[in-house]
Design a protein around this ligand. Structure first.
Ligand code: SAH
Ligand code: SF4
Length: 404
C-alpha cells in the first residue's frame, strides 16, 4: 500500500512578495544577487564560489551552515533571500520504493495560481533515476498522453528544473554530508542515490530549450552536482531542428518518443509528426553528435492494443532503425480516465519484444513502477489535481501527467 507522508496547507493569501530563493541559480544569477546585497565587486567571484559549493556540493538549506561566510553577510543574505526548493505539497512512497512528489512552484506574475508539477524517484538495484518536468502542461497533443489533453501553463525556469533535483536529493538524503569549509570533495558516483536524471516528466523539453540547457549545464557541472551528461537523458516527441541544436549545444543522451512506424499513424499518435515526419526525424537521429554504440539513442514505443502492436509493426520498426545506434524501449500503455486506448496484452508485448531482441536491439520492456501511487507513465496526476481539472474542464485546466 502507498503511504502518503506529508501534505501542506494551501498557500496563505498574504500579499507581501516572497523573498527570492538562491537555490538552483547559475553563477551569473548568484553574482547578481550578491551585488544586490552589497557585496563589493572584487569579492563577487569568491562569494559565488562559496555559495555554489554550499548549495551544490553540500546541499545547504540554511545560511547558518555557511561558516566561511561572515555572520554579517549571512544576516544580510537571509534578510533578502531564501534557499527554498520547490514546496512539497505531497510525498508518496510506493511499496517498491518509488517516490512521487507533488511540488508547488512560486507563482509568477502571469500565473493564475502557483503551478504544480510532479517529480518521481525510481530506485533500482544499481541505479536511481529521477524523472523531472520541463513545462507545466504541454503544447503538443499526443493522443495517448494525458498531458496532451491539457494546455500549456508555462515553461519552467532553469532554477525550477534544478530545484527538482535539489529537492529530491534533500528528501532521500543524497548530499555527501556537510563538507567542511574549503572541502570540495565530490561524492563518488557509486555512493549516489540519484545516478540518472531523465527529462521525461511533463512537457516537451525542446520547447523550453534554453532553460533546459542551462539547467542541464548546472546539474552536470563538475564543481557542483556533477552528474555526467551521459547519465542525463532528454526525451522528445521529435522537434527535429531542436534535436540537432541540442546535440550541438548540450549533447546529453537522447530518447525519441517514436510510437509508430508509419507517418499516417504517427500523425495521429504524435501529431508533431505532421510537421516533422519520420524520415526527417530519423535523419536527425543519424546525425545526432556522438551517436555511437556507447551512446545509443533510445526509441520509446508505447504498446497500444490493436493500434501499433502487430508483428508487422515490430519488423518494420527494426528495419527502420537499421544504421542508427539505437536501443528500443517498449512501454506498456498506462491508461487514464477518458482515454480510448488500451494497453496491449502481455503475450503481444512479449512477441513484439522477441522480434526486436532477435534483431539485436536490447529492448527491456519497461516495468511499470510505483503503480500503487500512480507514478507510472501517464498516471502522474494527483487525485486533487484530477478533481480540479475536471472542475475546469471547460477551459482545459492545467493538470499534468508525466511519462516514465
Ligand atoms: N514530451 C516528451 C517527454 C515527456 S513524455 C516526449 O514526448 O518524449 C515521456 C514519455 O512517456 C514519452 O515517451 C511519452 O510518449 C510517454 N507517455 C506519455 N503518456 C503515456 C502513457 N499514458 N502511457 C505510456 N507512456 C506514455
Ligand atoms: Fe507532450 Fe510528450 Fe505528452 Fe506528447 S507525449 S503530449 S510531447 S508530454
Amino acid at each position: 500500500m502507498a503511504v502518503a507522508l506529508e501534505t501542506t496547507s494551501p498557500p496563505s493569501a498574504g500579499t507581501a512578495a516572497p523573498k527570492p530563493s538562491l537555490a538552483g541559480l547559475s553563477r551569473e544569477g548568484m553574482r547578481v544577487a550578491f551585488r544586490e546585497a552589497g557585496v563589493p565587486e572584487k569579492q563577487l567571484r569568491m562569494r559565488v564560489n562559496q555559495l555554489w559549493r554550499w548549495l551544490y556540493i553540500s546541499g545547504a538549506s540554511s545560511f547558518d551552515e555557511m561558516t566561511d561566510i561572515s555572520k554579517e553577510l549571512r544576516t544580510e543574505l537571509s534578510s533578502r533571500f531564501t534557499l527554498k526548493r520547490p514546496e512539497v505539497v505531497a510525498e508518496q512512497v510506493s511499496i517498491d520504493g518509488t517516490r512521487k512528489w507533488l511540488l508547488r512552484l512560486e507563482k509568477h506574475e502571469r500565473d493564475l495560481k502557483a503551478p504544480e508539477i510532479e517529480c518521481v524517484y525510481i530506485p533500482e538495484e544499481e541505479r536511481g533515476t529521477l524523472c523531472i518536468s520541463s513545462q507545466v502542461g504541454c503544447t503538443l497533443n499526443c493522443s495517448f498522453c494525458h498531458t496532451g489533453t491539457q494546455r500549456l501553463v508555462r515553461n519552467l525556469t532553469a532554477q525550477e528544473i534544478v530545484g527538482q533535483v535539489m529537492l529530491a536529493r534533500d528528501r532521500i538524503g543524497d548530499w555527501p554530508g556537510a563538507a567542511a569549509p574549503g572541502d570540495d570533495r565530490l561524492l563518488p558516483s557509486t555512493e549516489r542515490k540519484i545516478t540518472n536524471v531523465v527529462l521525461m516528466g511533463m512537457g516537451e523539453p525542446l520547447y523550453n530549450f534554453d532553460n533546459v540547457r542551462d539547467a542541464v549545464e548546472l546539474i552536470a557541472d563538475g564543481e557542483g552536482i556533477s552528474l555526467s551528461k551521459r547519465r542525463i537523458t532528454l526525451s522528445t516527441s521529435g522537434v527535429v531542428p531542436e534535436i540537432i541544436r541540442w546535440g550541438e549545444e548540450s549533447g546529453t543522451m537522447l530518447a525519441i518518443s517514436l510510437h509508430a512506424v508509419r507517418d499516417e499513424l504517427r500523425d495521429v499518435l504524435v501529431p508533431i509528426n505532421k510537421k516533422y515526419p519520420l524520415a526527417e526525424l530519423l535523419e536527425a537521429c543519424r546525425t545526432y553528435p556522438n551517436a555511437s554504440n556507447a551512446k545509443r539513442i533510445t526509441f520509446e514505443y508505447v504498446m497500444l492494443k490493436g493500434v501499433n502492436d502487430s508483428l508487422q509493426d515490430a519488423r518494420a520498426l527494426v528495419k527502420m532503425l537499421a544504421g542508427i545506434h539505437a536501443k528500443i524501449n517498449l512501454i506498456p500503455f498506462n491508461p487514464w480516465p477518458g482515454t480510448e486506448y488500451e494497453c496491449s496484452d502481455w503475450e503481444t508485448i512479449e512477441r513484439f519484444a522477441d522480434v526486436v531482441n532477435k534483431a539485436g536491439y536490447a529492448s527491456p520492456v519497461r516495468t511499470p513502477r510505483g503503480r500503487d501511487i500512480l507514478a507510472a507513465c501517464g498516471q502522474l496526476k494527483s487525485a486533487s489535481e484530477k478533481k480540479r481539472a475536471s472542475a475546469q474542464a471547460s477551459d482545459g485546466g492545467d493538470a499534468e501527467q508525466q511519462g516514465l
